[in-house]
Design a protein around this ligand. Sequence first.
Ligand SMILES: [Zn+2]
Length: 619
Amino acid sequence: MSTSANSAPPSSFTHAMAREAMADHNSQVPTPASDDAFAEVKAKVDLVKVVQEHVRLTKRNKDFWGLCPFHQEDSPSFKVNPQMQSWYCFGCERSGDVFTFVELIEKTDKRGALQMLAERAGVELRKLSPEQKERSDSRKRLLAMLKLAAQFYEYVLWSTPAGEPGRRLLATRQVNEENARRFQLGYAPAGRGFAEYLRAKKRSLADAQEGGLLRRDGTDFFAERLVIPIRDERGQPLAFTARTVRADEQRKYINSPETPAYVKGRVIFGLDLARDEIARRGHAVLMEGQFDVITAHGAGIQNAVASSGTALTDDQVRLLKRFTDELLLVFDADRAGRQAAQKAVLLAAAHQMRTRVATVTGAKDPDEFLRAAGADAATQWEELAAKAPTGFEFGMEEAAAGLNLSNANHVELAARKLREWIAQFPPALQEDYRERAKRWMGVSGHLLAAEPDEKRSPGRPGAYKVGKNGLETSPAGKKMTVGRYLLQLLAVRPVAFDLVRTKITPDELDEEDRGIYERMLETYERGGVSGLEKELAGYPAEEQDLIRRAWAAPPPSVDDEVAVELAERITLDHMRGRHSGIIRELSEAERGKDSERVARLEAEARELAHAIADMERRG
Ligand SMILES: [Zn+2]
C-alpha cells in the first residue's frame, strides 16, 4: 500500500492502464454502410452460429428451432432456416436475417450490427465518412477515459490514505472490500487528483471533461465522494454515480451527465455481475438503488440489479428481457416505492414478462432490510421472496388497501380500482385477470366487466352477435357458428374443457367442427392447459390457422360462463336437428303405415320436444 496521499498510482499500475487504453484506442472498426459491406459480411457469417450464442437450437429436418428470444414462450416457435439464412418466429411474427437478429438481440442499429458482425468475420470495412469517424473515435476515447477513471478511483480508495473517507463510508454501510471491488467502487479525493494524474500520463483533459469527470477549473467533479461506476452488461463503465462522504453536503448523490457513451434509462446497474445468476435462478431481482444492489450481492443475492437513477424505462425492460422473463421487484416500502412497483409491473407485462413484488417490512429499503438482518439476511430474504405475490395480485391488494370489503360502497370502490388496474394490462391478459379478481374479491362478474356493453346478458336471443370478432362473420368471411365460437374459446381458455366435456359429446357438434374438437380435447387431456401450444404444430394447417387466429384475436367473451352457454346451445341445436329428423322419419313411417315405428317415433319426438322446451325455458 502506498502511503503518500498525493502520489500517482505506481508505475506498473499506470503501464497496465496505459496498455489497456491504447488497446481500446487502436481497435476501432471503421463502418461504411454500403450494400457491398453487408453482402460481404453476410457471406462470411453463419446465421445459425450467431443465433446459437443466444438461443438453444434443435435441428428438425433441415431447420433449427428454439425458444424465441424476442417474446416469452414455453415451446419453440422460433425457426432458423440455414439455407435461406433467414429466421421467423411463429409466435411474435418477427423475422429477418442475420443483421436484424443482431440488431434486435444486441439492441443496436443496422450499422452497429454490421460492425459487430464484420469484426467477427474479420471483414475489413472501408473508410468512414469524416463525421462518422469522428463520432466513433470520440465515443471510443470516452469509454477508455471512463475505464481509466474507474481504475484511478478504485486505486485511490484502497491504496492511498486519501481514500480513508470512502473506506469509512463503506464500513458504515457494511460493504466489505471483496464486494466493493466486485462493483469497482472508488473514491474521488478533494482537489485535482485525476487531472494531475492525466497530465502526468499526457492524456487529454478535454476527454475527461466531456465525460463529466472534471469541472472547468480542473477539479474533480466527484471530489470527496464515493464513486460507483455504472457499467453496461459487459462491464464497461459508462458513467458514475457518486455519494458524498460529507455530512454538510446537501446533494447526497450526483451523477455523470449524458454523453455519447451514456444515455440515462438504458443501463441496468449490476447486470454485468448478475447475468449468470439470473440465468441460473431464472429471474432477476430488480431494486431501485445502487446500494440496494451492492448490499444484496454482499448477502448472496447475486441476481439483483437496479434501474439506476430513473424510474424503470422501456429500454431497460427490453434489456432485461434478453436475460430473463421474470422479475422480482423489491422497491422501497413507501408510497412512491409502491407506485413505482405498480408501474414496473405494467411495463414488464407489456413486454410479456412475469413479475412478483416483494415488500420489505420494518425497513425503508432493501439495503436497510438486509443490513438489519445481518447474518440472517439470506434466510430472511428467502422468506420474503417466497411470499411475494404476483405483480397483478400486488396491484389488487393495493386497490383494496384500506377498504372494507363487507361494505357495499367499499366493494364498489374497490371494483372500480380493480377495473382500472386490469384495464392497464395487455388485452390478452385482461379476461383471465378479471376472472381472478372476481374470485379474489368474491364479487359477481358484472362489477369487473370492462365495459357494460362488452358483456352480453345471458340467454338473450341474438346475444352472440357482438362486435366485429363475434358470431356474424369469422375473419375468413365464413359464417361464425356457435361451434366455431366454442372452438375459439377453448383455444384461448383450454381449462374450460373441464366444464364443456361434461356438457357435450363430440357427435353433437357439426361435422366440420368435430375433428378439431376431438383433437383439442385429446391434447388437453394429455398436456393440460399448455398442451395446445406444444402440440399445435402437429395439427392440420386449417386447424392451426383457426387456433392461431383465436390466439391472435380472441372471441369477444372468454370465460366459463360463456363456455357453458355455448355448450348448451350446441346441445340444443343438436336436439332440434334430431327433432326435425324424427319428424321427417315420422311422416315416412306414416306413409308406410308402420304403426309400431310411428308410435316409437312419436314418443321420441315428444320427449325431445319436452327437453327442448325445458332447455329453452332455462336458457
Ligand atoms: Zn417470437
